[in-house]
Design a protein around this ligand. Structure first.
Ligand code: PRP
Length: 207
């Protein structure tokens, strides 16, 4: 039976696909410069498709994909009902609170937090008992504190250059992040051997 694998569209997905290929699951057309989204290697009974990164867990949770690769940020934010099989040790970054230096001084005021990751931000501040107002944005979060929409942001930091270039700094690190291999629960139950074999072959294939 064909194993369906959802990959996150973008640089991380391409890197991860190469790792699958090195592990013995190649499907060379995947990296071709076309608008095609689904690729199959019938000889190996494997099918790949490119999905928007935040949609990968949806395909996997509903069984449209048996396996997928998703950032820990997406898994923490949406808490999909899937198995997290392995840390792929790639796509490493951090979820951080960032803002202009000194913004934390007045902790009696409700803190305005701009973020794409509302649940993660809410959980983080609930633990601290801090009163916040979440401003949910869909991208370019760094703009918010600069133009006065928010006091701080909760966002992903990889190299730190977006923060630096916008005169913001890390105020707190919430959690380290990396790409995870996830599996649909039923697929894993019924095809455990096939999936475990893939996990074993992927282990040790760096990058
Ligand atoms: C992500 C994140 C930061 C940036 C961090 O944005 O939201 O803005 O990358 O990377 P850095 O620390 O290496 O500068 P992304 O490019 O995904 O776009 P977005 O603004 O739409 O979220």
């Amino acid at each position: 039976m064909t194993l369906s694998i959802a990959l996150p569209k973008g640089r991380l997905g391409e890197k991860v696909y190469e790792r699958f290929a090195r592990a013995g699951y190649p499907c060379p057309e995947v990296l071709s410069e076309s608008r095609k989204l689904i690729f199959e290697n019938p000889d190996l009974s494997v099918r790949y498709f490119w999905a928007k990164p935040s949609d990968v867990p949806i395909y996997v949770e509903r069984g449209a994909a048996d396996i997928g690769v998703a950032g820990k940020d997406i898994l923490l934010e949406y808490e999909p009902d899937v198995y997290e099989l392995a840390d792929l040790d790639t796509g490493k970054c951090r979820m951080c609170v960032a803002g202009p230096a000194g913004v934390y001084q007045d902790d009696k005021k409700t803190l305005r937090v701009a973020t794409k990751f509302s649940c993660i931000a809410r959980m983080h501040y609930a633990k601290k008992g801090r009163d916040i107002d979440i401003i949910h944005l869909n991208g370019s979060i760094e703009i918010a504190p600069i133009i006065g929409l928010s006091d701080v942001i909760v966002d992903i930091v990889e190299t730190g250059s977006t923060l630096r270039e916008n005169h913001l700094e890390i105020l707190e690190t919430i959690v380290p992040l990396s790409a995870r291999l996830i599996a649909n629960r039923a697929s894993y139950f019924f095809r455990k051997e096939q999936v475990d074999q893939l996990v074993t072959k992927l282990a040790g294939k760096e990058g």
